[in-house]
Design a protein around this ligand. Structure first.
Ligand SMILES: [Zn+2]
Length: 99
């Protein structure tokens, strides 16, 4: 189940799911993150694997914005995809991290 809240660097972010694609200005997106409101929007208009990948992507954006790292979209894409692969394929690791 998609978590409704995430703790990211000391703040609680709300995760709002939307059935349609998300409109950001004039373009459509699968997800968005708003640091001002600590809110992530996630479109459920895609398969579950893509939703997980997209949520991690938005988490990386949230970390980037919180720490003012100034990452490029390409860096966020790469790190999000890398984290998703490692965390999803190493269940013992994610379980151990949460202990
Ligand atoms: Zn992005």
């Amino acid at each position: 189940m998609i978590p409704k809240r995430l703790k990211i660097l000391g703040k609680t972010w709300k995760v709002k799911t939307v059935a349609k694609r998300i409109k950001i200005e004039d373009t459509e997106a699968l997800g968005s993150s708003e640091i001002e409101h600590c809110k992530i929007q996630l479109s459920t208009h895609m398969d579950e694997q893509q939703q997980k990948d997209t949520l991690l992507h938005e988490v990386v954006h949230a970390i980037d914005d919180t720490l003012a790292l100034g990452m490029t979209e390409e860096q966020v894409l790469a790190l999000g995809a890398g984290l998703y692969q490692v965390l999803s394929e190493n269940k013992k690791l994610t379980r151990w991290l949460g202990e």
